[in-house]
Design a protein around this ligand. Structure first.
Ligand SMILES: Nc1nc2c(c(=O)[nH]1)N[C@H]1C(S)=C(S)[C@@H](COP(=O)(O)OP(=O)(O)OC[C@H]3O[C@@H](n4cnc5c(=O)[nH]c(N)nc54)[C@H](O)[C@@H]3O)O[C@H]1N2
Ligand SMILES: Nc1nc2c(c(=O)[nH]1)N[C@H]1C(S)=C(S)[C@@H](COP(=O)(O)OP(=O)(O)OC[C@H]3O[C@@H](n4cnc5c(=O)[nH]c(N)nc54)[C@H](O)[C@@H]3O)O[C@H]1N2
Ligand code: SF4
Ligand SMILES: [Mo]
Length: 715
């Protein structure tokens, strides 16, 4: 029997609407859904490869338990949960609830109920140890919002933008900021005459479309932004009316950026002064616009300062939604909020929550610093973490792989949900075999939640979609949805789970279905989930539209342009010895930067054939290759001050000279045999958790990393 059903791809956070052909209960084909709004049928090759992923013969169909000799034996999910629960209660009794921690990463896109129930479980046992990939991502954005304050009216409408400034992101590939059919969205944006400015050491697919591409030296984003702010202020392009009414600290900011003259910035960042001036002039003359920071600057250290300066520049131009504009990103499956054309005052970014026992790291508005998690596990004493639940990878995505490996090995209990025996799963005591995309109902709720934390996600329009599960797991499989482990453990331990304020306790007598949980999570939503369910192609819900309302007469809140911590960090930037800070020398002559590739999402499962090369090449400028007498496909050793890996070079004319780029999420575990041409290489063998870490979020230097590249004849 052949059926065609609609659903949503969850292989990345773009949530493309798809049409799925099912033949006799098996996923046969995936296409874009042309009947769905916003996306115009777009999908990428990863979406097309979903059948290969679902039908992967290596997929886990049973939970696994690690044996004393390191091998894995199947175990029933019921038995696994019994054993894990017993271990958890033993650890809590012996070491207290802080000994139990959880980490959520990318896979929660596919399993929306997993993170909420992991959190609810940890809260129920009294553990504050909740970590996430957010603090390895763009955590500076969250901190910067707190230090600067936010705009209660939200962002300006995309169709009004006359300029978009993108700092180290590549939406055509990543879909961040232009989430729905990014190529088309960008084209439509440029067709209106609007201008794109991109700051990126690489001439990316997106940068090629830019009016101004500042092809800068990695890590110089704070200097460039300070330079742009300086130009906007000194040329009289500040929106005086907006700033007088809504912000404070202009004079201090003006003073702090005064040393970032075009010549100084251009020299330091390796760009042309006239390009900088042109970028400032475009920003200065545009009547409306929006700015976005990507992962590039976040990994290059000082991600918080970069995000903060970006917000300051946006406020100086008054690029926030005015009264009477239709609000972007109104809530659909979340409770309605009122948008108002007024500032929300800055709020504490840190200093209110759990403290780690290492390097003075602490809870912030971005969460607990995951950069300190491995050391937390390895540091003996009261409060040491003994058990870790992972929903997302660690071995390929966390910095300093050897430290991660040591930490995971030191645990009394490591549980991972997974669909394959991934590198991280190979480290676990228990691997909970989980359901895959089409076996789980799809809901746009997570995209909406992400947009609250990062403006590059979600939908400008009131879009929502829900699709039921399309197929059952393979016959005879004993697989769970990730949330079930937390629910069942809680039940076994006699705990009452509850998620979020204002929500009733969960029924602990009768296990809910995933749909029940979605109802629970969407309680009080602007549009009832039952209404969203009526639209198999997803839908734009006009009833959820909101206008940006007037300012409250008694509003005294102001956006902060001169946060003392940020201004003093900026002073450090201006006064430091640039080359000492960059740490390039004859031994380490290249700066390594992160980048994403079209057909992989982080370390997620890669169906064979979707990548032209199955590995992650080390991209280099052809002239740099020539200088080292290297040719495409040659093996090289890439060495940083922290470690070395073997990789395969590939020419990329778009790269700035002296800069090399490598995608994360590849390679194997320490001690495992690996071939860089088959498995790729793990860039996180070159990083170190305590290397130039951001003091607020703990994210270490994962970009602008000094490395050497040398030919290698044998691995
Ligand atoms: N050096 C360097 N490191 C980085 C980055 C970088 O740019 N450079 N980027 C960082 C960023 S932005 C992020 S978000 C993180 C990403 O890091 P994570 O969010 O941790 O993502 P992955 O490591 O890709 O996690 C995917 C893994 O989870 C497993 N998995 C577990 N449960 C499930 C499930 O239910 N379903 C599925 N399909 N898979 C499951 C899969 O085996 C897969 O290997 O990496 C960060 N690390
Ligand atoms: N295809 C695909 N899509 C993805 C993912 C994926 O793995 N693959 N991952 C998803 C995730 S987890 C995330 S967080 C988002 C990230 O979304 P983006 O941030 O847009 O990710 P990238 O495409 O890596 O873009 C980062 C850009 O920063 C540039 N860069 C590097 N260093 C610097 C620097 O010091 N300064 C500046 N200005 N630029 C620099 C790089 O050249 C690169 O073009 O993408 C998501 N989408
Ligand atoms: S961009 Fe590709 S991987 Fe991401 S949701 Fe769309 S089809 Fe899936
Ligand atoms: Mo990410």
């Amino acid at each position: 029997m052949i059926e065609v059903k609609t659903s949503t791809c969850r292989a990345c956070s773009a949530y493309c609407p798809i049409e799925v052909t099912i033949e006799d209960g098996r996923i046969a084909k995936v296409d874009g859904n042309h009947a769905a709004p916003l996306y115009e049928g777009f999908i990428c090759p990863k979406g097309r490869a979903l059948p290969a992923m679902h039908n992967d013969p290596n997929r886990l169909t049973h939970c696994l338990k690690r044996q004393p000799d390191g091998s894995f034996k199947p175990i029933s999910s019921a038995q696994a949960i019994d054993e894990i629960s017993d271990k958890v209660s033993e650890l809590i009794a012996k070491y207290g609830p802080r000994s139990i921690a959880g980490f959520t990463g990318g896979p929660s896109v596919e399993q929306p109920a997993s993170a909420p129930l992991m959190l609810a479980f940890l809260r129920a046992i009294g553990s504050p140890m909740v970590f996430s990939a957010a603090t390895f991502d763009q955590p500076g954005i969250n901190i910067a919002n707190a230090l600067h304050g936010t705009w209660a009216g939200g962002r300006m409408r995309p169709e009004n933008w006359e300029v978009f400034l993108l700092i180290g992101g590549n939406p055509i590939i990543s879909k961040q900021y232009f989430g729905q059919n990014p190529g088309h969205q960008l084209k439509a944006f440029l067709k209106t005459g609007a201008k794109l400015i991109v700051i990126d050491p690489r001439r990316t697919e997106t940068a090629r479309k830019a009016h101004v591409h500042l092809q800068s030296i990695p890590g110089e984003d704070p200097a460039i932004l300070a330079g742009l702010i300086n130009l906007v202020i000194t040329n009289g392009w500040v929106n005086r009316e907006f700033v007088a009414r809504n912000a404070q600290g202009l004079e201090q900011l003006a003073h702090a950026v005064s040393g970032f003259t075009p010549d100084y910035v251009a020299e330091r960042a390796g760009v042309e002064p006239q390009d900088l001036q042109q970028a400032a002039s475009i920003i200065g003359h545009a009547k409306a616009g929006d700015f976005g920071c990507g992962t590039g600057p976040s990994m290059a250290t000082r991600g918080t300062l970069t995000a903060y300066l970006m917000l300051c520049l946006q406020t100086l131009r008054g690029f926030w939604a005015p009264e009477g504009q239709e609000a972007v990103q109104p809530r659909v499956l979340l409770p309605r909020v009122k948008f108002k054309a007024q500032p929300r005052a800055p709020y504490p970014a840190w200093g209110f929550g759990e403290k780690l026992r290492v390097r003075g790291l602490q809870q912030s508005v971005a969460g607990l610093p995951s950069g300190g998690l491995a050391e937390e596990i390895l540091t003996p004493g009261e409060g040491q973490i003994r058990a870790l639940f992972l929903h997302g990878g660690a071995m390929l995505s966390w910095p300093q792989q050897d430290l991660t490996a040591r930490a995971l090995r030191a645990l009394d209990l490591l549980v991972i949900h997974d669909i394959e025996l991934s590198p991280t799963a190979r480290m676990a005591h228990y691997v909970i075999a989980t359901k895959m995309g089409f076996e789980i109902p799809a809901i746009s709720l997570v995209g909406e939640i992400s947009s609250l934390l990062h403006p590059g996600y979600g939908w400008a329009e009131p879009y929502a979609a829900y699709h039921p599960a399309l197929i059952d797991p393979p016959e005879g499989a004993d697989v769970l949805e990730a949330w079930q482990i937390y629910y069942r453990m809680a039940r076994k331990l006699g705990l009452q789970l509850k998620f979020g304020s204002g929500k009733p306790p969960l029924d602990m007598e009768h296990e809910p279905t995933t749909d029940d949980l979605y109802e629970y999570l969407c309680k009080g939503s602007a549009v009832a989930l039952s209404e969203v369910k009526k639209y198999p192609d997803g839908h734009i819900f006009d009833e959820a539209r909101e206008m940006v309302g007037p300012r409250d007469p008694d509003c005294t809140a102001r956006l902060e342009l001169a946060n003392t911590t940020m201004i003093s960090e900026l002073a450090t930037v201006r006064s430091e010895d640039v080359s000492a800070r960059r740490r390039l020398n004859q031994d380490f002559p290249f700066l390594l930067i992160p980048r994403r590739m079209q057909n992989v999402t982080n370390a997620a499962y890669r169906p064979p054939g979707v990548l032209r090369t199955p590995y992650n090449p080390l991209f280099m400028n052809p002239l740099d290759l020539d200088q080292l007498s290297l040719r495409n496909g040659d093996l090289v050793e890439i060495r940083s001050r922290n470690g070395r890996i073997a990789g395969v070079v590939q020419a990329d004319r778009g790269l700035r000279r002296g800069v090399v780029a490598l995608t994360h999420g590849f390679g194997k575990n320490p001690g495992e045999e690996s071939d860089p041409r088959k498995d790729g290489c793990n860039v996180n063998r070159l990083t170190r958790v305590d290397d130039d870490y951001d003091p607020y979020t703990g994210i270490p230097r994962m970009g602008a990393l000094p490395v050497s590249v040398s030919p290698l004849s044998v691995i």
